[in-house]
Design a protein around this ligand. Structure first.
Ligand SMILES: Nc1nc2c(ncn2[C@@H]2O[C@H](COP(=O)(O)OP(=O)(O)OP(=O)(O)O)[C@@H](O)[C@H]2O)c(=O)[nH]1
Ligand SMILES: [Mg+2]
Length: 432
């Protein structure tokens, strides 16, 4: 497909599928995701290629035969920027630039660039610059000045032209300065965290893959107007807002940066301190775009990043979002398979009541899941539980009592526990 437009850079998108890299958690739509990543950087793809290769070639990553073909495309299409979907070593990057005589950037640099152009808060900007400089310092090797770098544009935003030409020593100095500034603002954040703990406000953090709908949901829950868009990494800076919950007290919701597979390690490192805030969260809402064919792989990806960030032990509720994009028959099947999860559409408010009551239960009361027995004269209680959507399964005991497996917030359960003939049990086998 060729799209020609007057733009500073004519971009060639090169997607290399390496057979030896295939792993169990591969995204089906990885090719499409890579194109979205490029367009999310406000670039127009002039031409793209999907190339399969057994293993990477040491010097140039791409196999020799393909190099010539790509070089011809670059000439024919007047390409001046090639973007590849892998992380290149400094020398592979340099060799490709020499061979093609155009600028080549890898996935890491592309993501760093998107972050650089989007970060708006003071801390966010410092963090991105730090990540870029760390990446740059791996690129500062002899012979890296083969391309003139006066042009500006992608890959050059952020630290700016002067830094790109400076040596390791200056970069090291700048990194140190940035770290000091970040330390200072993190100390301030710590104080804020302490104040929150003292005020006993609960913190609920929204996490998930990029574009899952976190900000859309956050806006609904807190009546905010943060930018939510159909592009990757719409949110970079964490935002926390209070939602006054009249029944239980205030809850703070925090919207965070979305995750992606192969998130550059420099970025995780730099964002760790901000994401560290999540450590004090009382609850994580893991927002999933359930209409995405890759949703399972993305859940795994997010969980593995949460593991890296030491956040995996915080109570987590999976919020299956964008239900409006799937037929209701499919949603019904999912609901029976994923009893413990919430199904919503952040766009049209579907499922919000259940979501809100689940948040309340998780934060304030906890949930009772288990069997109950009811004497036969408690038919009215049984139908009440039915109306509340709490009954998961029913049965009759040997001595003829009504048995039900229920899932209910402890606060709601309170109204029943003292009723004569109503009993809680944890194990169906011993129910009488
Ligand atoms: N159809 C539909 N679209 C939704 C829903 N929720 C969000 N979207 C759309 O999905 C896109 C991404 O939404 P965001 O809220 O920006 O997603 P995010 O998870 O914050 O994304 P990042 O900030 O990039 O990590 C936007 O175009 C939203 O309008 C939903 O329930 N249904
Ligand atoms: Mg967002």
């Amino acid at each position: 497909m060729i799209i020609k437009e007057d733009k500073l850079q004519n971009v060639f998108s090169l997607f290399v599928e390496i057979e030896s890299y295939k792993n169990f958690n591969k995204l089906e739509n990885e090719f499409e995701e890579f194109q979205s990543l490029i367009t999310s950087a406000d670039l127009v793809i002039v031409d793209k290629l999907l190339h399969k290769q057994k293993t990477p070639v040491i010097n140039t990553f791409i196999s020799k035969g393909k190099l010539e073909e790509i070089k011809n495309i670059i000439k024919d299409q007047d390409i001046d920027l090639l973007i590849i979907n892998h992380q290149l070593s400094a020398s592979q990057n340099r060799n490709l630039e020499i061979f093609f005589n155009v600028r080549v950037i890898d996935k890491t640099e592309l993501i760093l660039d998107i972050f650089a152009s989007r970060a708006s808060s003071y801390v966010g900007k410092l963090q991105v610059e730090l990540a870029q400089l760390k990446h740059l310092s791996t690129r500062l090797i002899r012979g890296w000045t083969h391309l003139e770098r006066q042009k500006g544009g992608i890959g050059l935003r952020g630290p700016g032209e002067t830094q790109l030409e400076t040596d390791r020593r200056l970069i090291g100095k700048r990194i140190k300065r940035l770290n000091e500034r970040l330390d200072k603002s993190h100390k301030q954040r710590k104080i804020n965290r302490y104040a929150r703990k003292k005020s006993r406000n609960k913190l609920v953090a929204l996490v998930g893959y990029t574009n899952a709908g976190k900000t859309t949901l956050f806006n609904k829950l807190t009546e905010s107007k943060q930018v939510a868009e159909n592009r990757l990494f719409a949110t970079l800076d964490s935002v926390t807002r209070k939602n006054k919950n009249p029944k239980y007290g205030p809850i703070l919701f925090s919207d965070t940066v979305g995750f992606i597979s192969d998130l550059p390690t420099q970025l995780i490192e730099s964002f760790k301190a901000t994401l560290d805030e999540l450590k004090s969260a009382d609850l994580l809402l893991h927002v999933v775009d359930v209409s995405d064919p890759d949703y399972k792989a993305k859940i795994n990806e997010v969980n593995s990043i949460l593991q890296d960030l030491n956040l995996i032990d915080i109570p987590q509720v999976t919020i299956n979002n964008k239900c409006d994009l799937l037929p209701s028959s499919k949603i019904d099947i999912y609901k029976t398979r994923k009893e413990d999860e919430i199904f919503i559409s952040a766009e049209n408010d579907d499922g919000f009541e259940e979501l809100r009551s689940r948040i309340n239960n998780e934060l304030f009361q906890g949930i009772y899941r288990g069997w109950i027995s009811m004497d036969n004269n408690l038919g009215n209680i049984r139908s009440k539980l039915f109306d509340m959507g709490c009954i998961q399964e029913e049965s009759i005991s040997d001595c003829g009592k009504m048995l039900a497996n229920i899932k209910i917030g402890n606060d709601e359960l309170d109204q029943f526990v003292n009723i004569k003939g109503f009993k809680l049990w944890h194990d169906k086998d011993i129910l009488q």
